[in-house]
Write a protein that binds this ligand. Structure first.
Ligand code: AMP
Length: 369
């Protein structure tokens, strides 16, 4: 079988999930509700997703023998993180369909390739330049101006592998501290707000986008998501159309999230794409309690070859991440009227570690009259 062959799972079939974090855990829980089994593959012995599946494989991503045994036991493979090593995906794809297809990760694992791809679709991004040395950094700063943001092309997340460069900074020092030879420089976007669109695409090519979500970060980590975003309907339509265009152009099967900036421009607000996450996304966690079908279920449906659902939002939704020591407050959250608490079963809280989240839904008042 090849990765491109059509998958049509039946209840009772098994999905293999690469990665055992909270996203893998919530995917496995959604699969269970649909009568599907999951196996999780993770090198972390205490991966939170192991707690919710019967079979967890604790091995390195380079362990070909264990990968082959894992592939033999499942009907389709998916993943909960984007930095899946190419060799791992190739071993798995030789045995079972891998969805979304690995070639998509080659686009999204590299910020330069990703930006070129998005810009090539005619979608707006921050002005950017390829940077590979102190000299090319200077040239890029000259063209793009300051302030600007330098980001490693690969393996950046939650603000890691990036720095803001301002007038008067020591460019050589910033470059050497970044510790890479491949980076991009982006113009600093003076955004009004950050939004994201979580979209699902089925194997048949149907696309369903959730309502646009507004995201608040603290220390580069998502803290609060609100749905729907407080933006004009036309802008929300534009954001959803962008996510759909990206999903179609990637021939994507599964759930993806597109992170965007809303910027003011003379003719009114406009959206610029910041990043594509080829997986379920933290800014879509509100859909677990705030919509009739969660992003996790949509992803499972898509990779199972099943029809997507048409998710209805239950009201105005706020999702608050419990990060690090926030988790110590879980008993208080348990008593907040209307709050739904999700704890990921992780060990010790560390600064920046996502330990759980809380959803609060305020039903929309029925329209009078
Ligand atoms: P990223 O790792 O690209 O998702 O960036 C993490 C966060 O840094 C974003 O959510 C923004 O808050 C901020 N950021 C990233 N790129 C830019 C930019 N070009 N201009 C302004 N803020 C940015």
């Amino acid at each position: 079988m090849t990765a491109s062959s059509r998958v049509k799972l039946k209840p009772g079939d098994t999905i293999g999930i690469l990665g055992g974090g909270q996203l893998g855990r919530m995917l496995a829980m959604a699969a269970a509700r649909l009568g599907l089994k999951c196996q999780v593959f993770s090198p972390e012995p205490d991966a939170p997703a192991f707690d919710v599946v019967l079979n967890g494989v604790c091995a390195e991503y380079a362990d070909v023998e264990r990968l082959e045994m894992f592939a033999a036991d499942v009907d389709v493979v998916t993943y909960e993180f984007e930095n899946v090593p190419a060799a791992t995906a190739m071993v798995l794809a030789a045995h079972k369909p891998v969805l979304p297809a690995y070639k998509i990760l080659e686009t999204t694992q590299d910020r330069l390739i990703e930006k070129d791809f998005v810009a090539g679709l005619g979608i707006g991004t921050a002005d950017y330049a390829d940077v590979s040395s102190p000299e090319t950094l200077r040239a890029a700063i000259k063209r793009i101006g300051l302030p600007a943001v330098i980001k490693t092309r690969r393996f950046g997340y939650d603000g890691k592998g990036q720095a803001i460069i301002r007038e008067g900074d020591d460019f050589d020092r910033i470059w050497s501290e970044l510790g890479t030879k491949s980076a991009i420089l982006e113009a600093f976007v003076p955004f009004e707000r950050e939004i994201s669109v979580v979209a699902a695409r089925s194997a048949d090519g149907d696309v369903e986008c959730y309502d646009v979500t507004e995201n608040e970060h603290r220390d580069h980590i998502l803290k609060i998501s609100r749905a729907p975003a407080d933006i004009p309907e036309a802008l929300a339509d534009q954001a959803r159309a962008i996510a759909e265009k990206i999903a179609v152009a990637l021939d994507y099967v599964g759930v993806l999230a597109v992170e965007m900036f809303v910027v003011a421009n003379g003719k009114g607000p406009q959206v610029l794409v910041n990043e594509i996450a080829p997986r379920v996304h933290n800014s879509g966690h509100w859909t677990l309690d705030g919509a009739s079908i969660s992003q996790f279920e949509q992803h499972i449906r898509a990779i199972a070859g099943w029809p997507l659902g048409k998710p209805l939002r239950h009201g105005r939704v706020t999702m608050t991440n419990l990060i690090g020591d926030d988790i110590l407050d879980y008993e208080r959250w348990l008593t907040v009227p209307g709050a739904t608490v999700h704890l990921y079963g992780k060990g010790a809280p560390r600064p920046g570690r996502k330990m759980g989240h809380v959803t609060q839904v305020t039903p929309d008042r029925p329209k009078k009259g």
